[in-house]
Design a protein around this ligand. Structure first.
Ligand SMILES: [Zn+2]
Ligand SMILES: [Zn+2]
Length: 254
């Protein structure tokens, strides 16, 4: 008699999923209100937990890549290619992520989606993103003994993808005899891809009377550095207006 009672299944009602049957004598499975857990609720909870852990792992990976928090959600899927120029760039970047070789050179003023696209590639390939200033700073710190210079070079030369942002801020003194040429050369020898982002325009696109103007790439970099960047690279010019302003305008229906 007792054994039959233990194995007895009863019907319960979940507010969300309706009726389900369960064995109330299995006390260890009792949820809130003394009712056994609804199996669908239980499964959903587990899936939520799994998603949360997966996201945490992804965030750790992105932090290791030096991706800023504001780009955590950036991916090809949510890139807003609202004109043909950006649609073309999206296609180029997707192809580069599939067959990463050589260089991508993204030139354009701030806020038109360059970093979003570069990060989308970086998330697929793995590697690092640094501004030119950050690399210079890391190396200067290494001379103060905070890290070994060769470790920094080793990372820059061997990560699957290296993205150098604000490349217009490479100082001539650094670029000429120091890290820039070395890293670019080494990665070329190893056939490892590199992406340059320059937040400016080229002299040929300059609309100022006095050209090169301070927003020209040529204003900041000497010709030998520039040719290093541009040789064998795919040049992508971003001439769109401010990408974020455009999104705001679309959202507001302006
Ligand atoms: Zn339920
Ligand atoms: Zn200019």
């Amino acid at each position: 008699m007792q054994a039959a009672a233990i194995n007895e299944c009863k019907t319960f009602v979940c507010d969300i999923h309706g009726e389900y049957t369960s064995n109330p004598s299995k006390l260890s499975f009792l949820g809130l209100g003394g009712k056994p857990y609804c199996p669908i609720c239980k499964k959903e909870e587990e899936q939520q937990e799994y998603k949360k852990i997966k996201k945490q792992i992804e965030i750790q990976d992105w932090q290791k890549m030096n991706i800023e928090k504001r780009f955590f959600e950036s991916s090809f899927d949510n890139f807003n290619a609202y004109n043909s120029e950006l649609a073309g760039h999206l296609g180029t970047c997707c192809a580069f992520a599939d067959y990463p070789t050589g260089k991508l050179v993204m030139i354009g003023e701030n806020g038109n989606g360059k970093t979003h696209l570069a990060i989308s590639i970086l998330k697929k390939l793995g590697g690092k993103i640094y501004t030119a200033y950050e690399i210079g700073l890391k190396l200067r710190k290494s001379y103060a003994g905070e890290a070994k210079e060769w470790e920094i070079f080793n990372e820059l030369c061997t990560v699957p993808l290296l993205v150098i942002d604000e490349v217009e801020k490479v100082k001539d003194s650094e670029s000429k005899q120091h890290w820039f040429s070395y890293v670019v050369g080494k990665r070329y020898d190893k056939r490892l891809p590199i992406i340059f982002i320059a937040n400016c325009h080229t002299k040929s696109d300059c609309k100022e009377v006095q050209s090169p103007c301070p927003k020209c790439l040529e204003y900041h970099l000497e010709n030998d550095v520039l040719s290093r960047i541009i040789e064998d690279g795919i040049i992508m010019k971003f001439n769109s207006k401010d990408y974020r302003a455009e999104i705001r305008a679309i959202r507001l229906g302006e």
